[in-house]
Ligand binder design. Structure first.
Ligand code: ADE
Length: 459
């Protein structure tokens, strides 16, 4: 991802971003940033870029020509017109959701204002987004740009080089972080909470969730209210857990937005894969929900046959797959007989794309997120398994030469244990022909939904 900043103070940006994580990520090539001096584009011989406002008033305004020429120079090689952000207290408020949205762009251009502002005509010509970092007025856009780049860049895969991606690291995306402790175990008579020293992973996960909830309730009642609403929906869905586990887990993991909810008429949205999850109580609700919320939908996972019918009739979509959902219900981890299973890195991408029928960008994203794991024999990859963007376990493959060794079972159990270790409920999808065989797994704690679900798209 490439950041381009138009500014009168390029050193500020370079000095501000050159250090620590963002600087390292740029050196390693995960991101790039350039600060371009608007003054380099003035046609005025003394280097002037500003002038008095027409109609009078205090201060000076940056003139349109140098800004426009700077923009043209930055964007001249680009395939498409990039999102171009003007930093202003009058803009849309920047938040984590907005950061996530922008982290999916390949190129981002920022324009920093100074003095009293910039001539309106050039803003109309180039700006796609007006953004504010908060309800206060700073002297220029440079600090806000650095805030934005920091928040966006850390969501770009590879930038945080710890084991988990930015998304899985914070446990519940709707809650604040739980408190953390390091050595010594006692400091100023304050002890580290006993549970963290216990080594009991399940209890630690549970304690951290409780702490996050408490903290959010106290410090951010607004976020907590949203969280509670989601919890209330999860409770409603849990009456038929196997059927609705995909929606419950989307909310539970904090990766889904609630677009609509009334009784069992529910529409959720997962922005990363642009996936809609829909349940509907009746034909009338199906009509209403499709008309109101699924106008732009390209991919829908639904429990409702009525929604399927409406999507086919009104939007010309079709059923890509009819699936049954399995849920892992037990507390204990499943046995993983085959031991050499590891997280995949980019060097395994070609193997995965060769053996799994999904587009490369999608598989790349899963590896980048740390959501793909492989089985290895003498350091050679012979199979893999993963977690789809919306949260289901899947993507199982075992090399034909290695079938019959129990590798598939080990990979499946491994991914279930992994999801469980993050404090989530593991689930996955099985297609028609596989339902009978998977039913046999009930003794292992895998339970299949009573009814099928439908993946609907344009494929
Ligand atoms: N420029 C000046 N103040 C600002 C703010 N709060 N957010 C974004 N840009 C700004």
């Amino acid at each position: 991802m490439n950041f381009h900043v138009m500014t009168l103070f390029p050193e500020m940006i370079e000095n501000g971003l050159g250090e620590s994580i963002i600087g390292r990520a740029a050196k390693a090539g995960y991101i790039s940033y350039q600060a371009v001096n608007i003054r380099d584009y003035t046609q005025e011989k003394h280097g002037k870029v500003d002038d008095y406002p027409y109609g009078g008033g205090a201060g000076m305004l940056i003139q349109p020509q140098p800004v426009y020429d700077c923009y043209e120079d930055i964007t001249k090689g680009m395939k498409a017109k990039p999102r171009t952000i003007y930093l202003t207290p009058q803009g849309r408020r920047f938040d984590q959701k907005f950061a996530r949205e922008l982290s999916r762009e390949e190129e981002l251009v920022f324009l920093c204002g100074h003095y009293e502002g910039i001539d309106e005509r050039v803003l109309e010509e180039i700006v796609t987004d007006y953004v504010s970092i908060g309800d206060y007025v700073l002297t220029g856009g440079e600090l806000p740009v650095m805030v934005m780049i920091d928040a966006i860049a850390r969501l770009v895969p590879g930038v945080l080089n710890n084991e988990f991606s930015a998304e899985t690291e914070s446990f519940h995306n709707d809650l604040l972080e739980y408190p953390q402790y390091t050595r010594p175990p006692v400091w100023k008579d304050k002890e580290v909470p006993q549970v963290l020293l216990s080594g009991n992973h399940n209890n630690i996960v549970k304690w951290r969730l409780e702490q996050s909830e408490e903290r959010t309730k106290e410090r951010r009642p607004d976020l907590y209210a949203k969280y509670q609403r989601k919890q209330e929906i999860i409770k409603r869905l849990s009456k038929k857990k196997r059927f609705y586990i995909h929606m419950m887990e989307l909310l539970n993991r904090g990766i889904g937005e609630v677009l609509y909810e009334r009784n069992m008429d529910i529409v959720l949205y997962e922005p990363d894969s642009e996936l809609y999850m829909v349940s509907a109580e009746s034909k009338e609700s199906a009509d209403y929900l499709v008309e109101k919320y699924l106008k732009d939908a390209g991919l829908v996972l639904t429990t409702s046959e009525e929604v399927v019918q409406v999507l086919i009739a009104k939007k010309n979509m079709r059923v890509n797959e009819k699936v049954w959902q399995y849920v892992y219900t037990l507390k204990e981890p499943l046995p993983v007989k085959y031991k050499d299973i590891r997280r995949l890195t980019m060097e395994h991408l070609s193997y995965v794309t060769e053996h799994y029928d999904e587009n490369e960008a999608y598989l790349r994203r899963l590896i980048e997120k740390g959501h793909m794991f492989g089985a290895f024999v003498e350091d050679k990859i012979v199979g893999f398994v993963g977690i789809h963007v919306e949260g289901s376990c899947g993507l199982l493959f075992v090399d034909s030469a290695c079938r019959g060794m129990g590798l598939g079972q080990s990979l499946e159990n491994y991914i279930i244990n992994y999801v469980k270790s993050l404090g989530f409920t593991p689930y996955g999808h099985v297609v028609e022909g596989n339902v009978a065989s998977t039913k046999l797994q009930e003794k292992n704690g895998l339970y299949i939904s009573e009814e099928p679900l439908y993946w609907v798209g344009f494929e």
